[in-house]
Design a binder for this molecule. Structure first.
Ligand code: F6P
Length: 745
């Protein structure tokens, strides 16, 4: 619209100016002409009266004089006549002009003495009138008197007003005509071709190549379109070539790498790009009060740690809640941006939620309801009807946002976690051709535990919209199959590990999630040894044995139990006082939920109490760092840690355990790992503990310290090879292979 205004506005201004100037000129000309006519008319009428006036004045015939002036009273427009004697006194006057009698009219004397007529405009009441006075002469040229005719000029004003009205109507009609013509031209030469080009692109983007028709545009547009067609063709050909080459390379390598996963995706999914949806976004823009500017952070999240390397390798679109307070500043008109910000590898589409939605869906139903429901930590789940309503609405909002993005044929949608149990069915209902997989990042409870959820049926039905549901460990798969069997009218196939409901089959599989173990390859901005030294200096550490913990502050992570175990360890083995330091990195999380808010206070108090109990000079046993840490910030702490403590009370997997092991390329270090984590099934060389047993936990710290170097090395080597083999690329490849194997994509 702006563009068309820029084009039309100067034309309209010129036309309006033209009309104004010619209108003024035309009005002037008409006014002059009308005035001339009036003067001429007044003069001729006056001259026509001269003879009758002469007769009246010679005979002093007052009767005749009055009859003459009265004849003007009957005329329609304001007209009048006055007869004067030789002294300039009024003998007879048309009644409507009788006011003239009171007027001082000094020029009458001049007319009598000069014997010359006079015509002039005069004010009469509220009117403007034209008066023409003619001296009446006798045969001997002596003055007998004067005769005056008076004409109203208001009809001239009426005529001019009418003229301006006509000019205005014509100019408005012309302006409208110009606007209409300009709009038609712009539509014809610009909007229609651009719209066709856009539609063509939309079809191309969605892979609807059968709907594409060649363009027959000529001129500059034609050239542009032909260029676009060439680029599109090259992309299609390039995709096909990549896919063929990828198939060949896939046969070779054994270990799963970024490149191999890329090949797999090209070979198996071809043009079908990958759509990932999660609540947590991989990049968040937030305003940093200290720096006084916006910064981009990587949230502490297992989902982000796992999925980011996959999309970085393969591209695609990640749809997530835009929860950063400056997120809106960094998206385009489609709410999208390329990430990582410094090296765009994939698209992040942000979905906006208002406060009420975030409260009900995220804090409420997801994290006060489903989260404690699925974790055995004895925290009571809270289910509110209003939260459930919001949860459904937000699932629908995400479904709409995804459906908008999906290409025409067989897209692959990969849904993450418990925030979106209803989403798979919502997508399938609209796009039955889409392949939908859900990965459940937390444990799945027993049917008895799940049964307390008032919305159990809707949740299971929503999830069974998937073609494939993945859990970390087989035990969670078994729990899910039991749950579906017990709570839904469905058929569970224990051979195929699938659930069939209303003729639709959903496969259930275990895919232990992992990390990118080459995490430190070239990613350090500063030399890691120097960073470790920097940390030691910062915390005034010398040769102490360092244990580290890295967690979101969550009651499932067993942070309280960990601190109690350290306290017990120091009580039981006091020889380690001043020789052992525990550093806890703790990222505040879900702080609007009371349980989390209380936990922060509880840990603060406990750390304070235990430190106070054991403090000795400059030494204290616990360094508690409560803030958000980026991946780059965390790595040096892993390096620094002789021991890493992961003591979750219940955890789907726990990637911190894997990250610590991946970081220990010198094969030093020991991992103390809760037996209630998914990671404990794979990392069997860790020192496994029951975090509820404080005594056993304290002893395991001693065991980690005293373990011979060679033993530590052997265990670390074993754990590293497990992670190298079962890395995040294998995890993604397994899911994709499974999807492709289930049904042909
Ligand atoms: O890994 C489990 C998980 O719940 C993820 O789903 C989530 O992204 C992460 O923990 C962090 O939680 P949040 O996103 O609520 O901060």
């Amino acid at each position: 619209m702006k563009r068309i205004l820029l084009f039309i506005l100067p034309i309209l201004i010129l036309v309006a100016l033209g009309f104004a100037v010619s209108g003024v000129m035309q009005a002037r000309f008409t006014e002059d002409k009308l005035m001339d006519d009036l003067k001429r008319k007044a003069r001729s009428v006056d001259e026509g009266l001269e003879l009758s006036a002469k007769y009246i004045l010679i005979n002093n015939d007052l009767k005749q004089a009055n009859r003459l002036v009265d004849s003007f009273q009957k005329r329609e427009r304001l007209q009048g006549c006055v007869i004067y004697d030789k002294d300039g006194q009024i003998l007879a006057i048309t009644e409507r002009f009788s006011d003239f009698k009171q007027r001082e009219r000094p020029y009458l004397k001049d007319i009598l003495s000069s014997k010359l007529p006079r015509g002039a405009l005069e004010k009469f009441k509220e009117y403007s009138v034209y008066s023409y006075i003619l001296p009446v002469l006798n045969d001997d040229e002596s003055v007998l008197g004067m005769v005056e005719v008076v004409y109203d000029t208001s009809y001239m004003f009426t005529t001019l007003t009418e003229l301006w009205r006509k000019i205005s109507i014509t100019s408005i009609a012309l302006i409208l005509l110009i606007v209409l013509t300009a709009l038609l031209i712009q539509r014809q030469i610009f909007i229609i071709p651009v719209r066709r080009l856009t539609q063509w692109f939309t079809h191309f983007q969605r892979g609807e190549t059968d709907k594409l028709r060649p363009f027959a545009e000529k001129g500059e547009f034609g050239k542009l379109i032909s260029e676009v067609e060439q680029v599109a063709l090259s992309i299609r050909v390039a995709r096909r070539t990549i896919s063929d080459e990828a198939n060949v390379r896939l046969q070779k390598n054994e270990l799963w790498t970024e490149a191999k996963l890329k090949d797999l995706i090209h070979a198996k999914l071809g043009d079908n790009s990958l759509f990932v949806v999660s609540n947590r976004e991989p990049y968040m823009h937030v305003f940093d009060e200290n720096l006084g500017k916006e910064i981009c952070i990587r949230p502490a999240s297992g989902v982000v740690t796992a999925i980011h390397p996959i999309l970085s390798a393969c591209g695609g679109t990640w749809i997530a809640h835009g929860s950063g307070n400056s997120d809106r500043k960094f998206v385009n008109s489609q709410d999208k941006l390329g990430v990582p910000p410094e090296d765009n590898r994939y698209i992040l589409k942000r979905v906006w939620l208002n406060k009420e939605e975030e409260q009900g869906y995220y804090y409420g139903f997801s994290n006060e309801g489903l989260w404690p429901l699925c974790h055995n930590t004895h925290t009571r789940p809270i289910f509110k009807e209003s939260d459930w309503r919001m949860y459904k609405e937000v699932n629908q909002k995400f479904a709409d946002s995804i459906l908008n993005e999906l290409p025409a044929s067989s897209p692959f949608v990969f849904v993450q976690d418990y925030h979106f149990t209803l989403l798979p069915k919502m997508i399938k209902d609209k796009r039955p051709d889409a392949k939908v997989a859900l990965f459940w990042h937390i444990p799945w409870p027993t049917p008895e535990a799940f049964m307390i959820c008032p919305y159990q049926n809707e949740i299971l039905e929503g999830m069974l919209g998937c073609d494939l549901i993945g859990f970390h460990v087989q035990n969670h798969c078994n729990n899910f199959l039991d749950t579906a069997n017990r709570l839904l009218e469905s058929r569970v196939d224990t051979e195929k590990f699938s659930v069939v409901r209303s003729g639709k089959e959903t496969f259930i599989r275990a895919f232990p999630i992992s990390i990118n173990p080459r995490i430190n390859d070239g990613l350090f901005k500063v030399d890691p040894i120097r960073q470790v030294e920097k940390l030691k200096k910062e915390f005034e550490l010398k040769d102490e044995i360092i244990a580290v913990g890295v967690d979101r502050i969550d009651y499932t992570k067993g942070i309280v139990e960990r601190i109690l175990a350290i306290d017990r360890f120091l009580d039981k083995y006091p020889e380690y006082k001043k020789k052992f330091v525990f550093i806890q990195l703790a990222a505040p999380s879900r702080t609007h939920i009371k349980r989390y808010h209380d936990l922060i206070g509880e840990i603060d108090e406990l750390v304070e109490k235990i430190n106070w109990k054991h403090i000795d000079g400059n030494w204290k046993p616990i360094i508690y760092l409560k803030k958000h840490f980026s991946q780059d910030d965390i790595q040096p702490y892993y390096r620094l840690g002789d021991i890493c403590i992961v003591s979750s009370l219940h955890d789907g997997m726990n990637l911190v355990a894997k990250e610590y092991v991946a970081e220990k390329d010198d094969l030093s270090g020991a991992l103390i790992l809760s037996q209630f984590t998914g990671a404990a099934r794979e990392l069997t060389d860790a020192i496994l503990v029951n975090p509820y047993s404080i005594e056993e936990f304290a002893d395991s710290i001693k065991l980690a310290i005293q373990m011979p170097k060679e033993e530590k090395k052997r265990r670390m080597e074993n754990m590293r090879s497990v992670i190298a083999e079962n890395n995040i690329y294998r995890w993604a490849a397994n899911i994709i292979n499974e999807m492709v194997a289930l049904k042909k994509i």
